[in-house]
Design a protein around this ligand. Structure first.
Ligand code: UD1
Length: 423
């Protein structure tokens, strides 16, 4: 299993390219299943979850060509097996995003239940409930969601759906299903994340009729068929936010090319309050920081977009541990998203967790140690801490990091970090 060896203490300087967003690319690869025409996606990040998704759709009989330039061509005309098996779904929950498109185009789909994951139970009941409201007959048997249209029906029916909570992949699944349904679907309490909006832009380019993306009410007029199209995946705001925190913690100055300030308002505001300079620059975001010890720790609550993203909680907490002062973080989206805390403690951080609340006592002098990555964003927070810590930090089990970051250590090395992969 690969590890990262980090020798901390260097400030980060220079320029880095922010890749396409993992959480946009994954639903967009599934959106290509909605049509028999070829679809071309650009700026697809090179990471493990994308490889898993490509494996999943190839397994259905879809032709996929992946270039070195981030371009993926998908031809789902020969899709013969509308199924997502457990072996693939268990490694990536986002596989459930195949459910809506398969059901809408083929009238049937069999998708493994994703089950729990390290950060909580993460059910998909809202996906199922929404598709049932659109007329699907769904049973859960032997660990699989088996969905089909009632006898004699060839299309889902438009419906008015209010999800119990804001769910990102739930919104995406229902949205994709609704594009081919008969009549109008209205999604209330819809997720407003930029990745949802990016998916809608792709669907519109394929001939879908959708309005209201980026708000909590999305309206979809179903059409008979979608055609092929070309789309460029939006920049990854979480990768950009991770680099912002890394530069902030280590001190230094960097240009994050392609990063979008308008997708990171909540994080940028906290960084500015901490004492970091962040400005929109031509073609990206410029960040300048005097280093963690000169910053003021900031409290925050994770909420749905446009609030502070849960996917940035761990990275910002690593920054808080080295900044001055006490800060209170409340995680409201997932019930168990503090696994990075025990590992940060091993590096010398001072953090107390009580349920969903974590209090950091700042100004810790972190010292290198061996730590273990437990999920994707937790891994990123350990890398940030390792970049600041004195001496050597080894981050073990970085397959979590590889799931969601495109060449992270190479990008950090490009900014001057002393970091290497040990195979
Ligand atoms: C997506 C992101 C993930 C991010 C999360 C929250 C992708 C591929 N993943 O995950 O990186 O951390 O949004 O921003 O885009 N819930 C239910 N029932 C459901 C659906 C959700 O109870 O049917 C609950 C979840 O357990 C969680 C909350 O709703 O507590 C939000 O989850 P959701 O937005 O669905 O997260 P994902 O879409 O899985």
């Amino acid at each position: 299993m690969d590890k990262l060896l980090i020798r901390g203490g260097r400030s980060l300087q220079g320029q880095v390219d922010i890749s396409g967003a993992k959480n946009a690319a994954l639903p967009e690869l599934c959106a290509a299943l909605l049509t028999a025409d070829p679809v071309e996606l650009h700026n697809v990040p090179r990471l493990q979850d994308v490889s898993t998704m490509l494996k999943l759709i190839r397994n259905m009989g879809v032709a996929v060509q992946q270039g070195d330039d981030g371009c993926v061509r998908i031809d789902a005309s020969g899709l013969s097996t509308p199924e997502a098996p457990y072996e693939l779904v268990k490694t990536m929950r986002a596989s459930v995003l195949a459910l809506g498109p398969l059901l809408a185009r083929f009238g049937e789909a069999t998708v493994s239940l994703p089950g729990g994951c390290a950060i909580g139970s993460r059910p998909v009941d809202q996906h199922i409930k929404g598709l049932q409201a659109m007329g699907a007959e769904i049973v859960v048997e032997h660990g699989y969601i088996i969905a089909r249209l009632p006898q004699g029906r060839t299309r889902l029916q438009g419906a008015r759906i209010t999800t119990d909570m804001v769910t990102v992949t739930g919104t995406e699944n229902l949205l994709m299903a609704a594009t081919l349904a008969e009549g109008e679907t209205v999604l209330e309490n819809a997720a407003q994340e930029p990745e949802v909006t990016d998916l809608v832009e792709m669907l519109i380019a394929m001939g879908a009729q959708i309005e209201g993306q980026g708000t909590s009410r999305i309206r979809i007029q179903g059409v008979d068929r979608l055609h092929g199209g070309t789309h460029t995946v939006v920049a990854d705001r979480i990768e950009a936010g991770t680099f912002l925190c890394a530069v902030a913690a280590t001190g230094g100055e960097a240009l994050l090319r392609h990063a979008r300030a308008d997708h990171l308002d909540a994080v940028i505001e906290k960084l500015r309050d901490a004492g970091v300079q962040v400005e929109a620059a031509q073609g990206g975001l410029r960040v300048r920081s005097p280093g963690g010890a000169q910053l003021r720790a900031q409290g925050f609550r994770t909420t749905e977009y446009p609030g502070f993203p849960t996917d940035m909680q761990a990275q910002f907490m690593a920054l808080n541990t080295v900044a001055q002062g006490t800060a209170t973080v409340t995680e409201t989206i997932f019930e168990n998203r503090y696994m990075h805390v025990n590992e940060l403690l091993r590096l010398g951080a001072r953090i107390q967790v009580d349920g969903r609340v974590a209090v950091t006592e700042g100004a810790a002098r972190l010292s290198g140690a061996t730590v273990m990555a437990t999920d994707l964003r937790a891994s990123a927070s350990l890398v940030i801490a390792g970049l600041v810590a004195e001496g050597e930090t080894v981050v073990d089990r970085i397959y979590h990091l590889d799931r969601g970051y495109d060449c992270m250590e190479a990008k950090l090395r490009g900014l001057g970090a002393d970091i290497e992969r040990i195979r």
